[in-house]
Design a protein around this ligand. Structure first.
Ligand code: DON
Length: 363
């Protein structure tokens, strides 16, 4: 009885509401137009551009919006890097099928520096049959400390900590299976070429000389790791090969294709060559996400939400898994050693497209 009267009262209320809605329909619609409701999550997460024109116009926009930013300064602890023209700025999107959308100085070759690190980690994964070797012999925890931290080696039991910081990257070089120093270097270079799809990447010899002559910090790190049995080849050899790896000359298009190879499940979209097993890609991207920006990895995760790697040469590459990569180059860096304009450009594009892996994150 009670339930029945409630139901009847409910029906009456529904009719009243329907009437009110009908008579207020026009003003209500206007109010909604002034303050649009959030679209459902599914609609937001597919905010992909309709076609290539959208990618191109976004890259153009990012370039135009940030080209006059003058914040930051060139790296100077590697003396030659102060001579790279600071105003250079290039932005590229490379899709997983190899299409490139470019703006600015995308052909200028700069030193790859730390952007090389995830790719040598990938080579190690390939040689040892998967990512477990990185977990066991290097580590996968973020340090929360600068890329060249010696304190991290003492703080953490893993010593090398992760392959994105200098210690872990030196350890990765030492793990590359090789018969000699020359062979170690050739394997690392061939791997970077394979990821970029460029048959011959140059070594910027002046950058190599400048860095090797001043590599007292990295030599200290290599020796400490060797002392703790977390470096797996002779320290000076590892230092030379690592420094040479950081001196490889790339342009923003090369970096974008390297990222697109990861976006494409480990197969280079330009050459069709498999560079990393598909099953290892998520692990590598996870390490890039948590440690690719060193002590700014958390901040970058909140901003762009994309697995990324930076280098003191001014390059950054970010991966939108399964879709595309965004690369940018600009030599002026912030305090943490990350390119100011490259970050802004990537963050802008990722925000506009709503492709952050944690959800769309518009600026
Ligand atoms: O070992 C170094 O200090 C440099 N060759 C690489 C450091 C680097 O790129 C840090 N990244 N932002």
């Amino acid at each position: 009885m009670m339930a029945c009267s409630l139901r009847r009262r409910g029906t009456a209320l529904a009719m009243l509401l329907a009437f009110a809605a009908a008579s207020c329909a026009a003003p209500a619609a206007k109010e909604h137009a002034a303050a649009p409701a959030m679209p459902p999550a599914a609609a937001r997460s597919v905010a992909m551009p309709a076609g290539s024109a959208d990618f191109q116009s976004l890259v153009n926009e990012a370039y135009a919006k940030f080209k006059d930013v003058r914040d930051g300064k060139n790296a100077d602890y590697i003396p030659i890097l102060t001579t790279v023209p600071s105003e250079l700025f290039g932005v590229v999107i490379a899709t997983r099928d190899g299409h490139l959308y470019t703006a600015g100085d995308v052909d200028y070759r700069f030193s790859i520096q730390s952007v090389s690190k995830p790719f040598t980690a990938a080579l190690v994964m390939q040689q040892y049959g998967g990512p477990q070797v990185i977990v066991d012999k290097i580590g996968v925890e973020p340090t929360g400390l600068p890329f060249n931290s010696k304190m991290a080696i003492e703080l953490y039991k893993a010593r090398s900590v992760n392959p994105m910081v200098n210690a872990g990257a030196l350890a990765a070089v030492s793990l590359v299976k090789a018969s000699s120093e020359k062979d170690r270097w050739q394997k690392i270079l061939a791997n970077l070429e394979g990821f970029s799809g460029e048959p011959k990447l140059p070594v910027l010899e002046k950058v190599y000389d400048s860095e090797y002559q001043t590599a007292f910090g990295n030599r200290g790190i290599a020796n400490l790791l060797f002392n703790y049995e977390r470096l797996y080849a002779q320290p000076e050899e590892v230092l030379r090969v690592y420094t040479r790896q950081c001196s490889v000359g790339v342009n923003a298009k090369d970096l974008a294709i390297m990222g697109a190879t990861l976006a494409n499940g480990g197969v280079n979209p330009k050459t069709g060559k498999r560079m990393l097993d598909e099953t290892s890609v998520p692990e590598l991207l996870a390490i890039m996400q948590t440690a690719g920006f060193y002590d700014e990895s958390g901040l970058w995760a909140t901003q762009a939400g994309l697995p990324s790697k930076t280098g003191v040469g001014g390059g950054i590459v970010s991966v939108v898994p399964g879709k595309f990569a965004i690369a940018a180059f600009s030599p002026r860096l912030n305090e943490a050693g990350n390119s100011v304009r490259a970050q802004k450009a990537i963050r802008y594009i990722a925000g506009k497209l709503g492709v952050g892996i944690f959800g769309p994150n518009p600026e």
